[in-house]
Unconditional design. Structure first.
Length: 103
């Protein structure tokens, strides 16, 4: 029973490592850099709209713009955090620990 749980934990951690590698690879490729560039342009546009008087009498538009801004920020942060060296090191450490516990 414990061995099966350890194997599931190792499998889950290895999946996280693959995701981290894919996130890093995506951000290094032209398509990833292009996506980040487009997202950054959109973030800048939204910030300019929010700080202007565009939404002075449009509360719903303001709230929608904030939601869009948060969505872009969240996705960029997810990519950057997914491939952060500290996260990869912790996952590797947890895999090694799970393998030690398995023995």
């Amino acid at each position: 029973m414990q061995v099966e749980q350890d194997n599931q934990e190792i499998t889950r951690l290895e999946q996280q490592l693959r995701e981290a590698a894919l996130a890093a690879q995506f951000l290094e490729q032209d398509t990833g850099r292009l996506w980040v560039e487009f997202a950054t342009q959109e973030i800048n546009k939204i910030v300019n709209d929010i700080t202007s008087d565009k939404f002075l009498k449009d509360h719903v538009g303001y709230v929608n713009a904030l939601a869009d801004l948060r969505a872009y920020k969240k996705m960029i942060n997810k990519f950057r955090l997914a491939c952060a060296p500290q996260r990869v090191a912790k996952i590797n450490e947890r895999i090694e620990q799970a393998k030690e516990d398995e023995k």
